[in-house]
Design a protein around this ligand. Sequence first.
Ligand SMILES: *Cc1c(COP(=O)(O)O)cnc(C)c1O
Length: 403
Amino acid sequence: MMIKDSKSANRIQDLQFFGEFGGVNPSISDSSTFTFLQAKTMAGVFDGEIEGCYLYSRHWNPSNLYLSQALAQMEGTESALVTSSGMAAISSTLQQICNSGDEIISSRTIYGGSYALMKNFLPKFGINTKFVNTTNIQQVKNAITKHTKLIYCETMSNPMLEITDIRALSKLAKENNCLLVVDNTFSPLIFSPAQLGADIVIHSLTKFINGMSDSVAGVICANQEFIDSLYDVNSGAAMLNGPVLDSHRSASILKNMKTLHIRMQQHANNALNLSQKLESDGYRIIYPGLESHPQNKLVQEIGHTKYGAGGLFVIDLKDKETANHFMELMQEANVGYLAVSLGSYKTLFSAPGCSTSSEIPEEERIQMGLTDGLVRISIGLDDDIDRTYLKMSKCLKEIYPKA
Ligand SMILES: *Cc1c(COP(=O)(O)O)cnc(C)c1O
């Protein structure tokens, strides 16, 4: 399947939500609970006989519905449900699908929190996970047993930026009666995992989709049946764990989504520019847009290339001390901030080996090439990227004076 057009972005622009008094933005829902004109309607909603009524804000509210609809449009799924964080979206999804005794097969290079959830927390409920390299389909195939309920990966992995072939993984999942759950946080608009065969697509909205470093939020995009199951008043993981997104945050994220297509292009142009220059300066750079990246061809094949290859790249400075020194210099030079998270208007960098991926045991990190000298850089929306390059070069020259 070749997806060269960019239908996904157009779909966001096609949304038309009016505010209560004809406002061009939808009104913000400012109520925790909703009235019923007739008592029997309320009873019907609890029984599940009546649908489409607002009941209580943890269940649904208009602001969360608007944002969910926008995200379903973006991913091309039937439905979606926003949550109070990316982790809430991931944990609710895994808890909804898996029962005690079920197994998950997960990519080994995933967000540290997702790794810790599967490795340390879910086993308490009898749900165990095998970690494999999902860019190697044979490895995934070998790990499948009759207990496997779902396969989990990130389209673009954190922090190694490996791209998994969602088409092949989806085929394998279908053959074995498993669901394929994909975290697409690093690559909104670039990849459309549901169109490539994923059953459920998750995002941390905290990152590129909101893009302003001012909110924490998440979303689960899936078919109507799965979304309905998540907020079922009697058995829904989202309804019962209760990770509801505040409606003021929902409204502000929806507005920021309107510029996502422009921001993704600027992030990608900036990241490509810097990674090309730094690579030719002799540094080891990991960026899916570079020909040196092992899945560079796959990006062209399954990605919406108009949005480029993402806003993140990794520079390998070989050891922890050099990486730390570099990050401090970069912050001093105001290239960006030494902070976790990504997808911000401002450049953010951290050493994943010592921070967001430190949940992964050292032995496993070495095996996947996640060493302490790696610096993950999420490039911001810098207008003059040549100036940013000069600042970065100056920091590197200070560290390697003879180079
Ligand atoms: C940040 C992140 C998460 C977790 O999202 P929160 O909004 O911080 O809970 C999950 N997956 C990936 C790939 C992330 O980068």
